[in-house]
Design a protein around this ligand. Sequence first.
Ligand code: SF4
Length: 484
Amino acid sequence: MNNKDVQNWIASKKNSPTGTSGRKDLLNDHSSDLRPREKCGIFAVYNYPNPEKTAVITYLGLLALQHRGQESAGIAFNGAAGLQCYKGMGLVDNVFSRSVLDSIRASTILGHIRYSTTGSSEAVNAQPLLARSFDKKGIALAHNGNLTNTRRLHNEQMQEGQIFHTTSDTEILLSYLFRFRREGLVRAVEKAIGIVRGAYAAVAIDEEQVVAFRDPGGYRPLVIGRLGEAYIFASETAALDTVGASFLREVEPGEIVSVGPGGFKSYRTSQQGSKPSLCIFEYVYFARPDSVIDGQSVHMVRKAVGSLLAGRIPVLPDMVIPSPDSGVSAAMGLAEALNLPLEWAVHRNPYLGRTFIAPTQDERELAVRLKFNPITGLIAGKKIAIVDDSLVRGTTARILTSLLRKSGAAEVHLCIASPPYTNPCYYGIDIPVAEELAALDSGFDRLAETIGASSLTFSAPEDLYSALGKDQSRYCTACFSGDY
Ligand code: SF4
């Protein structure tokens, strides 16, 4: 499949429910929303033998998952007054102070970091969510994913008199867990997941146990580790590594796992074994490169996809540079395959949070230079291949291409180590709606021209499948295939 074939393939696959009319000129949009964004990360500890240290372990695990959500962070634990939560808006480091962590005594803690795809970004929606009864018994829930039948369930429950405190789909799941709690937490989970639809990797705790579960497709990852006698649950293996835990196994799609006084138990659900649908973009962008998902190193998959770009790029460049930092693994693969130097020719300032810079052209230019600074001596007069993992609105690509041109690059060839996004995601990833996707409609030559690149090369879907080395039917590929 060459670039033309990729383009024809997009045209044949384009069945976006939202169509393409009224698209904004996002290639000229300098908004800060440059990347697709993950919904959430989960980190839970069960039975850590040193209760005054469990909060610190959880904090470290959440820090390791910070890339999956930066809006809010929180923990739930069994304190003197029963289950309670401590959470707030912002990064993990902003929410938890050393004194807060030192004040918590609990051997079991459930942690969460959030990026909202349903429900607004406000403190009330921060997770874990907690429901408690008069007898102080409670359930706390942390969820990564997106439920797809929430409107109907919300209306049904409202008619039954249910009150909701948040605008998060997670509360609907929690409301079912709480409704069925007298049958035990595992049974409550089993009944609740018979009602909700969509993507969920979730962990619930009550006063006695931790229960982890994934939707039957397994869209979002969730792994189990051991840290001495303790069990750890985490969205990614990198968080296990961070706290020194060993990888035990994944929570299987459609599986419910519990650890409590009765030990470690696994429950098959009636939905287990239905079509697997692991999000393929976990490998492309969302997960950390040092994580392993479904037995495969994320870095190695990205590198293999990058190496396959060598057969697609229309010219032999002088050097390969990564888009900082998202294109590093794929750029390594491309440079290795072409036997070319790999240069860190654009420095990214890693210490920038949200910038207050006003939206005037001058200040935008300053903001860009604050974030990215090219090393002119490496670039001037050279044919550059710049590699990124994905192209959504095209904003970052346009900025970097422009910086490379201003630094004297003779040619800038943009290589994207994934197929073009052509459809929105309904399973917990914030990708712009179809109207906003840069790759839609406008042929690649026109898109390259608008970005300012000499050429634009995408990976074909087969490159991803080949790099993964597994049957493509086990992945969700909807945002580039349209197969929901
Ligand atoms: S639509 Fe795309 S981003 Fe969403 S779950 Fe499927 S592969 Fe992942």
